[in-house]
Ligand binder design. Structure first.
Ligand SMILES: Cc1ncc(C[n+]2csc(CCOP(=O)(O)OP(=O)(O)O)c2C)c(N)n1
Ligand SMILES: [Mg+2]
Length: 313
């Protein structure tokens, strides 16, 4: 496992999200966004085992999924800013970034990409290639009827798809205790899908299981991984997390994968100066990109988006 590569990608995703947050605060971007800080290691680790031809379907919390699928950072940030130079001419925004070239697709409907992912997996099987589809979904999405139908269909048709449920314990402000009657990974097993649980942000276990499951998924056997994780920020931009217990938050902040990998690097051959240099380089890169986008401007009529802003703030 290339720890440094994983660490840098996590920092890049954080830097992009933090930049987006700053731009919201400056009033330079409208609408909303769902930050993945804290759980971004999941796609970063999983993508170590993926090829360009493999498809990834994402969610409303998809910045980490997209950048892990190697979307161009500037074109991606442009899309988040509603800029026509973005991946989807700025009309998709944070929740609807898709790139056919990268085999990356997203929408903001809870679990809404999962049936589409099953369709892509069916197409791959029909074309007799060995591409896999990774379909990300949240714990809340696992209660949606069309997600459960998708699991059934993937199992019945033996499709090359790996479902990854990012269980961050909350769907908006609702805890899973109120919405799930049984363990999430056990639900997948009920459909005959081999599944695994990765508790406590255990990125090393995720790396190993993802490698094994992706290899087997390529042979046309669907798989499912539940990763228990946590989002550091609120559900969406303006959520203050008032429904979360502070000791619970602290428990998970201590398990932050970026910090854990940083410690590992420091106890290996890297110095604090090396780490600080990496951080500065990534932050400077993202600063430069956003300044270029803002200075160059665009022909977007920002007033067109004001109603969305007012509806979602
Ligand atoms: C079909 C549908 N219902 C409701 C919503 C509003 N909504 C947006 S995100 C969200 C919660 C999703 O929770 P989860 O699947 O656990 O993902 P997380 O936000 O925790 O990453 C809801 C209910 C939606 N976008 N689509
Ligand atoms: Mg959730």
């Amino acid at each position: 496992m290339d720890l440094l590569k994983i660490y840098k990608k996590i920092l890049l995703i954080r830097a992009v999200e933090n930049k987006l947050d700053q731009l919201f605060k400056k009033g330079l971007v409208y609408g909303t966004a769902h930050f993945c800080i804290g759980q971004e290691f999941i796609p970063v680790v999983v993508s170590q085992h993926l090829r360009k031809e493999d498809a990834v379907t994402s969610t409303h919390r998809g910045h980490g999924h997209a950048l892990s699928k190697d979307l161009d950072v500037k074109k991606f940030l442009a899309e988040l800013l509603g800029d026509p130079r973005g991946y989807n001419t700025g009309k998709g925004g944070s929740q609807h970034v898709s790139s056919i070239d990268n085999n990356f697709f997203a929408n903001g409907i809870t679990g809404g990409m999962v049936p589409i992912a099953v369709g892509i997996a069916f197409a791959n099987k029909y074309k007799q290639n060995d591409n896999v589809v990774v379909a990300y979904l949240g714990d809340g999405a696992m209660t949606e009827g069309y997600v459960l139908e998708s699991l059934n269909m993937a199992a019945a048709l033996k499709l090359p798809i790996l479902f990854i449920c990012e269980n961050n314990f909350y769907a908006m402000s609702t805890h899973i205790k109120k919405t799930h009657s049984s363990d999430i990974n056990k639900k997948a097993e009920a459909f005959g899908i081999k599944s695994a649980l990765v508790p406590d942000n255990n990125y090393k276990l995720l790396y190993e299981i993802a490698e094994e499951f992706i290899n087997d998924t390529r042979k046309g056997i669907p798989h499912f991984i539940e990763v228990q994780t946590y989002r550091h920020k609120g559900h969406s931009k303006n959520d203050q997390n008032l429904y979360r217990d502070k000791s619970e938050e602290q428990y998970w902040f201590n398990k932050d994968v970026a910090l854990i990998i940083e410690d590992e690097l420091l106890s290996n051959k890297y110095t604090i100066e090396d780490i600080n240099l990496i951080k500065t380089e990534i932050d400077t890169f993202v600063d430069k990109i956003s300044e270029e986008l803002i200075q160059q401007g665009s022909d977007i009529d920002i007033d067109l988006f004001k109603h969305i802003y007012n509806e979602t703030k």
